[in-house]
Design a protein around this ligand. Sequence first.
Ligand code: IMP
Ligand code: MG
Length: 177
Amino acid sequence: MRPQSKLRVLIDREEISKTVARLAFEINRDYRGKEPLLIGLLKGSFVFMADLIRQLDLPMEIDFVAVSSYGSAKETSGKVKMVQGLRTRIRGRDVLVVEDIVDTGLSMSFLLAYLGKKKPASLKLCALTHKPSRCQIPVSIDYLGLTVPDEFIVGYGLDFNERFRHLPDICVLEREK
Ligand code: IMP
Ligand code: MG
């Protein structure tokens, strides 16, 4: 028999919504008078990005980049590469990177170094979730939603093998025999 997967809600939609509202409040406050460029990491950040920007009361632009560190497994390969680069010039811009989860920190430290070389006026990070127990490269998160335990989570944009991104709550994926 195929192993079944079981979902357990870890962060429900109300808590997600409150967290997004708090992050938006902080970003609105800190970027007042500026016109930031928000850069989301595909694919996981797309749901969070969509909810976040609709609560921002600022002129802004958005773009997306894609890096890959995970194949189709739950463990990182340790190697990060750019899969889809930027289309927007970021020199002199106030850049805010938007990410669903910082896990080992490998993808984010790679991306921040890549963006930093392009000389933005400022470069900050907003991450909905952070799994500090798995940190390999410390990354400073300027706007952090929630800290999560060392469990594999899906939903609200996060996937396992491209599945479960559509779930409105963030759930732990538990494998059953
Ligand atoms: P890092 O490079 O290890 O920090 O991994 C970052 C990427 O791995 C995230 O952008 C996610 O796409 C993926 N990832 C890490 N942990 C999880 C998880 O618990 N669920 C789903 N995707 C994850
Ligand atoms: Mg991601």
